[in-house]
Design a protein around this ligand. Structure first.
Ligand code: ZN
Length: 151
């Protein structure tokens, strides 16, 4: 399962009762994207929640793909967001705190940790493969990215 399948909406029950429509707890589930982030439910949310939901929509759902919001861009951007927080030196617990403050989302720190570990291992594999294939610039780039994640 991708990390974006393990990102959840904070105060889920409260939001469901505010917009009077049920949607899954998982932030990137198709129905959540439709109901919470695109639907008319938005207007029924209290101001603080609405701000966070709008921030999320602006930051992750702003592409022009025809399949938006189901095109996969949101998931890709969110993965980048997590990696950027890690590059700023944040650990899994702090990353979970920040996504809560920014977008009213939460995840289990253990899931974030596995995601970060997997990212490092993927970059290691890319580095090795690129070296074998003689793409030394690509290898160096992967090495740098990995360095940013593990420091
Ligand atoms: Zn897209």
């Amino acid at each position: 399962m991708a990390i974006t399948d393990k990102i959840y909406i904070k105060n889920h029950q409260q939001l469901v009762s505010q917009i009077e429509t049920s949607f899954p707890k998982s932030a990137f589930s198709g129905a959540t994207l439709d109901i919470l982030f695109q639907g008319e439910g938005l207007a029924k949310l209290d101001d603080a929640t609405q701000d966070r939901v709008l921030d999320f929509a602006e930051d992750f759902l702003d592409c022009d793909c025809q399949a938006n919001p189901h095109c996969g861009c949101a998931e890709e951007k969110f993965v980048r967001y997590l990696l950027e927080l890690r590059e700023q030196g944040l650990g899994p617990d702090a990353i979970v705190d920040v996504m809560g403050d920014d977008y009213m989302l939460y995840a289990y720190p253990g899931d974030v940790l596995s995601f970060l570990d997997n990212s490092v291992r993927t970059l290691e594999a890319v580095e090795t493969l690129a070296d074998v294939e003689g793409h030394h610039d690509a290898a160096k780039q992967a090495q740098q990215l990995r360095g940013n994640l593990v420091r």
